[in-house]
Design a protein around this ligand. Structure first.
Ligand code: NAD
Length: 269
């Protein structure tokens, strides 16, 4: 018996085998969950389909989260397929490259709306549709990043979207608490994925995070998957409205001495 045997889980955001959502999918699958996947666009189908097949997932639906009718259709199909849902995973984000390359001050209205709508509003849209499918209560998780709280150069409008996302987590936790539905965000340190590749200087972010974090380690999608297990199971049953950092302690640091030490220890050229 796995921790999620008999539980139904709907996951948005698997793009390929490096996706954080895939790490979460594998963790939940290993614990016996029945899984449904939703992906964005025909172009990703050829990557996501073999992954779904590899773990015997038959519920595989395309959905652009900007499209309310498409969201309605996925949740209606999930209702017909699973009957009820226990867990919803929102691992979706997008910002135009121009808004990540340039200065934040130049963010266009269109770029702002796109980033906030795909990366933050979509959680609200999904939660509203998931609530009637969770008559026994449930858990909703989303993915955030430290750039919501502190300035991370080039994260720009995505940092603002993550701030809106984390605030939405708290308001949703309040609204859905009376249905015994918990809503939380996991905030991992940087992980090399398709989306992350769009952030200029991402390799430096990886290197810096490794040097500066107390554990001097990088986070993996598997680490995030393990966090999702406790957060979405009975182990996390009193946790809601929170943003949980899984970042090797990076966010606990004020002045990252580790980086200076590494500089000092560099052999002279
Ligand atoms: P990823 O590229 O694998 O996943 C992002 C997903 O968002 C993709 O599946 C993509 O198809 C989907 N998406 C984008 N626009 C969409 C739309 N209009 N409709 C439906 N889906 C859409 O990258 P990832 O790093 O696994 O990202 C997953 C989540 O984790 C994101 O919210 C991201 O911000 C967050 N996150 C990532 C990191 C990191 O360093 N990789 C760190 C912290 C948080």
């Amino acid at each position: 018996m796995g921790l999620f045997s008999g539980k139904n889980v709907l996951i948005f955001g698997v793009a390929n085998k490096n996706s954080i959502a895939w790490g979460i999918t594998q963790a939940l699958h290993d614990e016996g969950a029945n899984i449904g996947l939703s992906y964005a666009g025909e172009m990703l189908k050829r990557r996501v389909e073999p992954l779904a097949e590899s773990i015997g997932v038959t519920f595989l639906e395309e959905c652009n989260v900007l499209d309310d009718a498409a969201l309605d259709a996925v949740f209606a199909k999930a209702s017909a397929h699973f009957g009820r849902l226990d867990v919803l995973v929102h691992a979706v984000a997008f910002a135009e490259r121009a808004d990540l390359e340039g200065s934040f001050v130049n963010t266009s209205r269109e770029g702002w709306n796109t980033a906030l709508s795909i990366s933050a509003y979509s959680l609200v849209a999904m939660a509203r549709r998931a609530q009637p499918l969770m008559p026994n209560g449930g858990a909703i998780i989303t993915l955030s990043y430290y750039g919501s709280e502190k300035v991370v150069p080039h994260y720009n409008v995505m940092g603002v979207a993550k701030a809106a996302l984390e605030s939405s987590v708290r308001y949703l936790a309040y609204d859905l608490g009376s249905y015994n539905i918990r809503v939380n965000a996991i905030s991992p340190g940087p992980i090399k994925t398709l989306s992350a590749a769009g952030i200029p200087g991402f390799r430096d972010m990886l290197r810096y995070s490794e040097l500066a974090s107390p554990l001097h380690s990088l986070v993996t999608p598997e680490d995030v998957g393990k966090t999702a297990l406790w957060l979405c199971s009975d182990w996390g049953k009193m946790v809601t409205g929170q943003t949980i950092y899984i970042d090797a302690g990076y966010s606990a640091m004020g002045i990252p001495y580790g980086v200076l030490d590494a500089e000092r220890e560099k052999p002279a050229e």
